[in-house]
Design a protein around this ligand. Structure first.
Ligand code: GLA
Length: 674
């Protein structure tokens, strides 16, 4: 069944927590939501304690009134299961359901998401309230979507208690076909005398004296992701049985160092993919983080998705919480739409007076409607209405970046050649020049169908299985351009080193063979022929069919290739055996792009102006966002119309105001990326 969101145009709203306010306030909420053009709100996310005051005793009266009120005002409800925050009575009855950290410390309740993902008591209680909600509200006319739980794994991605240990063993028995010898082999337990003779000997990777076994840790990460996923699917199945046509989602967190869940495994279980995104105060170019996050979420969704949360201003969970600059709220929201969001929502509607998030911004700030944030929120509502026809349009990317959580987990295990190598940093370093050039990018799994792409980039793909590696190399062999980053293909899915020289799985396609790794110390870059500098990593690469594009000019590897290019079958395979400085990397990727025939989404893009193209059935939508504060003039195709003003663009030129945004409808043609 095709479960689509029954809200017109680009949905607009946020988390709405009316239970935190006296009911007199609700009427004002409805009036102001009307003024802002809010069309959908997420309700009930943290209401468990009010809904179920005692085990099995429900009080739905308040939620009935909330949903009826929303319906009466034409606002759709994304109705949440409140299972991210079990009430205190649950934990006093089931103290064993509180999670245990790797040091053996059992946490207390008094916050949120402090439950053990493997706890049978938690699962039973979560499904009980989910069932009660499903029965009561399956046919409520306000309910257009189920918002299952909230940010799975945000605070409790792992629990090390004995119940979790037993669940881990069950998961391992399934993975290894009940064959303990297969597990011992996969984990390499002959090393350090770690051989297991009985399944019951296996524990979670609890705190221990020295480095734990890498494959043990990797399987643990896989288990933790799957364990939470099974909670999601259990709730979803209850909701689906009661309301087969209502789509279900849960809000992902694909960015800001959250890496607990393998969202490639999660995404197919969601009817609609949604994501939460927050800026980091320390990131001077957070627009690139938004773009990366949006491209990754769209790729997970395989099309449009919903931005379930972001902020109108400062958050409250960073050391110093930066407010947004004038125009930033609008640019941020429209940048998510540009990357495929068909809905824009915030945490939260009304700024809280009390509680842990009282200093978090909201759509309606503490100061009330006489505030810049409120004015921006109202204006954004009008913008989103004007963009209604963009809904459903997709990406035009011919470039793919390989993204894999297993590779990320494995690359960041302890005892690597360098602890300085961080997966997200590598991806971002490669993504940045593409962003600056206005090149459309999708993210793919290593085993994805690559037939739509001309260029595939694999930074930091440390772990890859044989099928993934073969998929990538055969893409090059069939005529594509493949770029592989250092330390990729080094280990198989069990974290075993691929022998015979690095980069194991890609050696043949790249036409190189490395016999020794030379990670670089922080602050000690080396020179590159052509004038650039390289940092983080180097290796003694020997050519085995490839040509050297760049070599090191100093350091222990002076004269050794740093970047290579290999003609492989009908295509090419490049190896970046180091991290070149940003300018050198940008120049290299530009050369690679030219060779692959990948063009930007618009020509003549000035520095600091972001261009994104969404392709609809009859038209393209070109989003132009000025991040320079200077404004820009961008030539577009004849006949382009400014969707935000409804007016044709004079002289086929989009005039982007300083810090502003233009969204142009272009008649479709073969232009830019095709
Ligand atoms: C997360 C949560 C919200 C809220 C925000 C604050 O995204 O889902 O409930 O805590 O963070 O930024």
């Amino acid at each position: 069944m095709n479960r689509k969101l029954a809200v017109k145009g680009i949905a607009y709203g946020g988390d709405y927590n009316p239970e935190q306010w006296p009911e007199e306030v609700w009427a004002e909420d409805m009036r102001l939501m009307g003024e802002a053009g809010v069309t959908m709100v997420s309700v009930n996310i943290f209401s468990w304690a009010l809904l179920e005051p005692k085990e099995g005793v429900f009080d739905f009266s308040r939620l009935d009134r909330i949903l009826d009120m929303l319906y009466a005002h034409g606002i759709a409800a994304d109705l949440a299961t409140p299972t991210a925050a079990p009430p205190a009575w649950f934990f006093t009855a089931h103290p064993e359901a509180l999670p245990v950290d790797r040091d053996g410390r059992r946490l207390s309740y008094g916050s949120r998401q402090t439950f053990c993902p493997s706890s049978p008591a938690y699962r039973e209680a979560a499904l009980r309230i989910t069932r009660a909600l499903a029965e009561r509200y399956a046919d409520h006319p306000a309910v257009v979507m189920w918002h299952i739980h909230n940010e799975y794994g945000c605070h409790n991605a792992e629990c090390h208690c004995d119940t979790s240990a037993a669940a881990f063993r069950r998961w391992l028995r399934a993975r290894y076909g009940d064959d303990l010898a297969a597990l011992n082999d996969a984990w390499g337990t002959t090393f350090w005398s770690q051989w297991y003779y009985d399944w019951d000997e296996i524990l979670p990777p609890r705190a221990t004296g020295a480095v734990p076994n890498p494959t043990h840790q990797l399987d643990w990460r896989r288990f933790c992701s799957d364990e939470l996923l099974s909670l999601y699917t259990a709730e979803r199945d209850v909701l689906r049985a009661a309301a087969p046509a209502t789509p279900a989602t849960t809000n992902f967190m694909v960015m800001y160092n959250f890496d607990a869940l393998d969202y490639w495994r999660w995404a197919p279980e969601l009817d609609i993919v949604s994501n939460d995104h927050y800026l980091r105060s320390t990131d001077p170019e957070s627009e690139i983080d938004i773009a990366l996050s949006g491209d990754l979420t769209r790729s997970l969704a395989g099309g449009p998705w919903l931005l379930m949360e972001h902020s109108t201003g400062a958050v409250n969970w960073q050391p110093v919480n930066r407010a947004k600059t004038p125009g930033e709220l609008r640019r941020n929201a429209l940048a998510h739409v540009a990357r495929g969001a068909d809905g824009i929502a915030y945490f939260q509607w009304r700024a809280a007076k009390a509680g842990a998030e009282q200093w978090h911004s909201a759509m309606l700030p503490h100061a009330g409607t006489d505030s810049r944030i409120w004015q921006d929120v109202v204006r954004l509502g009008a913008d989103l209405r004007a963009l209604a026809e963009v809904r459903g349009s997709g990406s035009t990317a011919r470039t793919a970046v390989v993204w894999d959580w297993n590779a990320r987990w494995a690359l960041e295990l302890p005892s690597q050649p360098s602890a300085e190598v961080r997966y997200l940093d590598l991806v971002r370093a490669w993504y940045e020049p593409l962003w600056r050039a206005g090149v459309a990018v999708d993210f793919v799994r290593p085993d994805a169908d690559l037939s739509a792409y001309r260029l595939v980039l694999a930074p930091g793909l440390y772990l890859v299985d044989d099928a993934g590696a073969a998929n990538l190399t055969s893409f090059a062999e069939r005529g594509g351009t493949l770029v592989v980053g250092f330390h990729s293909g080094a280990v198989d899915e069990n974290c075993h080193v691929r022998l015979g020289g690095y980069p194991g799985a890609f050696r043949e396609a790249l036409g190189v063979r490395t016999d020794e790794l030379f990670p670089l110390l922080p602050g000690e870059p080396v020179g590159l022929s052509g004038g650039g500098r390289a940092s983080l990593w180097s290796e003694r690469v020997r050519l085995d069919g490839a040509e050297a594009v760049t070599t090191y000019t100093d350091g222990p590897l002076a004269g050794v290739p740093a970047v290579t290019r290999h003609t492989y079958g009908a295509g090419r395979a490049w190896y970046l055996a180091t991290l070149p400085d940003a300018g050198t990397l940008a120049a290299l990727l530009e050369r690679v792009r030219a060779e692959a025939g990948v063009r930007p989404v618009v020509d003549g893009l000035p520095d600091g102006v972001e261009a994104v193209r969404r392709r609809g059935t009859d038209a393209d939508y070109v989003f132009l966002l000025d991040h320079t504060g200077q404004g820009a003039e961008i030539p577009l195709a004849p006949g382009a119309v400014d969707l935000l003003t409804g007016r044709p663009l004079p002289e086929n030129t989009a005039v982007v105001p300083p810090g502003g945004v233009v969204v142009a409808r272009e008649p479709q043609k073969l232009f830019g990326e095709t």
